[in-house]
Write a protein that binds this ligand. Sequence first.
Ligand code: CP
Ligand code: NVA
Length: 307
Amino acid sequence: MPNRPHRDFLAIPDFSTEELHRLFDLADTMSQGRYTKRPLAGKSLAMIFMKSSTRTRVSFEVGAWQLGGHALFLSPRDVQLGRGEPIADTARVLSRYVDGIMIRTFAHAEIEELAEYADVPVINGLTDWLHPCQVLADLLTVRQHVGGWEGKRVAWIGDGNNMANSWINAAYRLGFELVLACPEGYDPDQKLVERARTRAKVTVVRDPKQAAEGAHVVNTDVWASMGQEEEQATRAKAFRGFIVDEGLMKRAAKGAIFLHCLPAHRGEEVAPAVIEGPQSRVWDEAENRLHVQKAIMAVLMGGETLS
Ligand code: CP
Ligand code: NVA
């Protein structure tokens, strides 16, 4: 059913600072089991996955159901998009059936095109450039386990990828200190860094130890993202020394937490002792995908307000 005006969620700055705080409050209420409304009753979410997924798929599908709605899993093997039907046509057709579209794809331009042509909200479930739902879940985890990000230092160790770019966008909106340690040639998006620097202290360094020093949150991700599988060997060389191990965690602040969006490669970007250790919050982080995405769907598709 055409539903204009509507809002999309393609990137963290699509929400204002104030709205983000309220979104986290709503997600927290949901995580505590105190949200009993069913704002998606009678509504459907189409979920297009051009790449694999465990967390995103299950948390969106279960989340939509918990809010009273229904979600459809659409893979390129099954839908005509996979056989070359244009995104613009897919967007207009799906808009006649469903009340929201979540998409995980490659080029960010594809999600922008989908959002341009869709008459229903479009939600970014990961592109090569950004992974905003994940970083909102990470921030909720930071709020729950570190007491928020005010005056805190967040370290990113590894690739300047979609996760790093979304953390930079989060710093832009929320104003915490972010230090990214990336090997040369694997920096995050410089334009995003420059924009974030107008509101937050964002630094890119080459030494993981420097980034981890005094950090309240130590964060990493795989060295080769989906679509970069052929670069695995080259990247393994470039990222040597970028493993988050116990030695690196010792440099972090007392009470620091370790985050990883998962899936993780133990022995590459993270040592088994860290991901399985007392500072790891990765399972809570994965759970929080469900809560933040329910909050996003309730707002974008279910009439829940953030004011
Ligand atoms: N972290 C994350 O997005 O996981 P999936 O690829 O399993 O969805
Ligand atoms: N950077 C990773 C995140 C996976 C959730 C990727 O894009 O594959």
